[in-house]
Write a protein that binds this ligand. Structure first.
Ligand code: HDD
Length: 715
């Protein structure tokens, strides 16, 4: 085992080096392999140790006496343990990361001089960290929350970080409100309840008191905040940046990542259950996909507004609570992000990685977006308390290009700089600034005249139009999900002023939605708002707009439920067909031990070892369930309450359910809904939004799974 892991590690590094992955090669120089057989335990000062289990003490075989303070190795071992934790991130504490590459299929030289966006021959190594926002480091993955989507590009010109989210807008417009919005969302100060939830009085109190949050609220109450997988969500830079080309022309820009697999979500009941059943659901999904070679990919796109056109819109393009509708500013897809390597160690890579919106390379600049400007201070600052002043020297954060300047010292400095001067200018001309021709970052020159004030400009005052645009653009099922989400969240608020005011706010966007929410959560019914509705829709807002061009079931997890006496032909047939389509079939049975097919001799037969037993895994972990026939097998499942619950629950979560032979009637009885249509042929039937195929051929089941993915988004 150990030697195979060891060789895998070496292979990975070799692969990376041969693929010219400069970051992997750099990290390899910092990596020690615990499976290298030449190692022996040493103290941190390097002396090999002969006993690391017993503290040095005064003792005989009959009597234990006092332990001795002189045992430096033991003190060091305990002390190192005592100090293992560093402060968790103040937001986005729970996260998972992966390495990959950024490639460009079209040069954007017309708008930027940045090599990373113009040189199509380059492969830029990246590290991406996904996260939830509110929960602490040990919280569950599937909570309702925004997901962080932070990308560190290790370019030849320095690190370029896009510190984005899976939702294109933000709650607030000015960075100064950030401590308030986060305090209000985090557990309440008096009792530290609730964990990783926005369903509480303070969060919704803040939301009501800040009308600017309305648009983002609608996004967070949509299915976007409960993704099925981190591989199936969009990423957005959110803030407005700028691109500057060789001619010195400037464009305002927003960054987009669109997943190859489409945008898919869980249903809320699944998300709640998975949070308990498998708090690591999203991290495992990402890890497994990468280990099995199903590398997640996103198209990278830019939306550009040339300087001079920034005032052409009825919203301010520097306001982070607004999207740039695609009808007005099309997205131009120019590159691809691929994740293809899991970290070797969580702490030194995923925990110690540190992003900063201020990390830019020549050709990319900031805008006057007041949220971005404040962020530029905050990220640099927060790393000081989390990692210390020399945080950029940590292996995961270190650029792949040379770093040299006259900054010195500070706790935990690693670099040793030789020479007699540490200032500029110096009599040796040592380490001068770079000219533009040498690749120096030159700030865009801009005339700024103004009045010093704490004002927000007029266009920043309108907060409802895009919330309505988003809501109008959703499909009916997405709207129903949103109604239920608002109703869930406000039900957890017990202060009437909080939920009554919120339903009134919702009425300003959509009166029917507000009435339905108010009916569920109680309080005074909302009054119709006099805000004139624009009734407009836009594309790219509903997640149904992101169905993959070629439907696929690759990496989907399919449970095949059997007991002794199952139909081996149906079982083997469907398993092979699923694997051929890149899906991951799992055998589920009453016990995790050999299960024998109909007619198979239990004493001599090979049997099939189930991957999980019915209690060990629940239907929520899978995208679909299949029940092959076999009279004895199905009779056993019929007597098992958990097996019946499995099928009913999968049905309730709108998943594809397939069955053959005796399995067909079992599924029908387990779901048992009046008026439910059920196919008894290979034809796929969509009933109650659940796709069933009985007497299934592998093809019809595959189709059913593909359809169910759609159905799930529809219902
Ligand atoms: Fe932030 C972390 C995304 C506004 C202050 N933020 C953080 C992370 C992401 C975002 C993905 C986690 C990075 C990681 O994985 O290490 N933040 C956003 C987006 C925002 C945003 C998309 C709006 C456009 N953030 C924002 C504001 C402030 C901060 C307005 C402060 C004024 N954010 C921080 C922080 C964090 C952080 C305190 C905590 C840990 C860290 O920076 O490294 O500085």
């Amino acid at each position: 085992m150990a030697s195979s892991i060891l060789s895998q590690g070496k292979e990975k590094i070799q692969e990376a080096m041969s693929a010219k992955d400069t970051k992997a090669a750099q990290l390899a120089a910092n990596t020690k392999d615990v499976h290298d057989p030449s190692y022996r335990i040493t103290s941190d000062w390097g002396t090999k140790q002969s006993n690391t289990d017993d503290w040095l003490k005064v003792a005989t075989e009959d009597k234990t006496g006092p332990m001795l303070l002189e045992d430096g190795f033991s003190r060091e071992k305990i002390q190192r343990f005592d100090h293992e934790r560093i402060p968790e991130r103040v937001v986005h504490a729970r996260g998972v990361g992966a390495f990959g590459k950024f490639t460009l299929f079209e040069s954007a030289a017309d708008v930027t001089s940045a090599k990373v966006l113009t040189d199509t021959s380059r492969e830029t190594p990246v590290f991406v960290r996904f996260s939830t926002v509110l929960g602490s480091r040990g919280s569950a993955d599937t909570v309702r929350d925004v997901r962080g989507f932070a990308v560190k590009h290790y370019t030849e010109e320095g690190n370029w970080d896009i510190v984005g989210n899976n939702i294109p807008v933000f709650f607030i417009q000015d960075a100064l409100k950030f401590p308030d919005v986060i305090h209000a969302g985090k557990p309440e100060p008096h009792n530290e309840i609730p964990q990783a939830q926005s369903a509480h009085n303070n969060f919704w109190d803040f939301q009501y008191l800040h009308p600017e949050t309305t648009h983002m609220q609608f996004w967070t109450m949509s299915d976007r905040s409960i993704p099925r997988s981190l591989r199936m969500m969009q990423g957005f830079g959110v803030n407005t940046f700028t691109l500057i080309n060789d001619k010195g022309e400037r464009n305002f820009v927003k960054f987009h990542y669109t997943p190859e697999l489409g945008v898919h979500s869980l249903v809320w009941d699944e998300a709640l259950k998975i949070a308990g059943q498998d708090p690591d659901f999203h991290r495992k999904d990402l890890y497994t996909a990468i280990e099995s070679g199903a590398y997640p990919k996103w198209k990278f796109g830019i939306q550009c507004i040339p300087e001079g056109k920034e005032d052409d819109f009825d919203f301010d393009i520097l306001d982070a609570t607004k999207v740039w509708p695609e009808e007005l500013v099309p997205i131009r897809y120019i590159g691809e992000l691929e994740l293809n390597r899991n970290p070797d160690e969580y702490f030194t890579q995923t925990e110690q990685v540190a992003f900063a919106t201020g990390h830019l390379v020549p050709g990319i600049g900031f805008s006057d977006d007041p949220l971005l400007q404040g962020r530029n201070f905050s990220y640099q600052d927060t790393q000081l308390s989390r990692l210390g002043i020399n945080w950029e020297e940590l292996p995961i954060n270190k650029p792949v290009c040379p770093v040299m300047n006259h900054n010195r010292d500070g706790a935990m400095r690693h670099t040793i700089t030789k020479g007699t001067v540490n200032y500029w200018p110096n009599r040796f001309q040592s380490v001068p600034p770079a000219t533009k021709e040498e690749g120096g970052y030159v700030d865009f020159e801009e005339k700024v005249v103004g009045i010093k004030t704490r004002l927000r400009s007029k266009k920043f005052q309108e907060h409802k139009n895009q919330a309505e645009l988003f809501y109008n653009s959703l499909s009916e099922p997405e709207k129903t999900h949103m109604m239920n989400a608002f109703a869930f969240e406000l039900d957890h608020c017990d202060d009437p002023i909080v939920y009554e005011r919120m339903t009134q706010r919702i009425a300003e966007i959509d009166f029917d939605l507000a009435k339905s929410v108010a009916e569920m959560v109680g309080g005074e019914p909302p009054k119709e708002s006099n805000r004139p509705k624009h009734n407009k829709k836009a594309k790219g807002l509903s997640q149904l707009d992101f169905a993959p061009a070629k439907p696929t079931i690759a990496t989907r997890m399919i449970a095949i439920m059997i007991a002794d006496g199952y139909d081996a032909i149906a079982y083997n047939g469907i398993k092979a067909a699923l694997m051929a389509a890149g899906a991951l079939p799992f055998t589920i049975a009453p016990r995790r031990n050999k299960i024998f097919a109909a007619g198979e001799d239990k004493s001599t037969g090979k049997g099939v070892v189930a991957d999980h037993h019915l209690e060990g895994m629940r239907s929520t972990m899978f995208d679909s369930v299949f029940i092959p026939g076999g009279a004895e097998s199905v009779a056993t499942l019929r007597k098992n309450g958990r097996a019946i619950h499995w099928v009913r629950e999968a049905f309730g979560h709108l998943k594809a359910i397939g069955a053959t032979g005796e399995g067909v009637q079992f599924v029908k009885d387990a779901c048992d809904l009046p008026g439910m249509e059920f196919s008894t042929s290979g034809e796929v039937v969509d009933s109650y939004g659940v796709v069933t195929a009985s007497e299934v051929s592998p093809q019809s089941f595959k189709e059913a799974i593909q359809m169910a993915k759609g159905a799930k988004d529809f219902v």
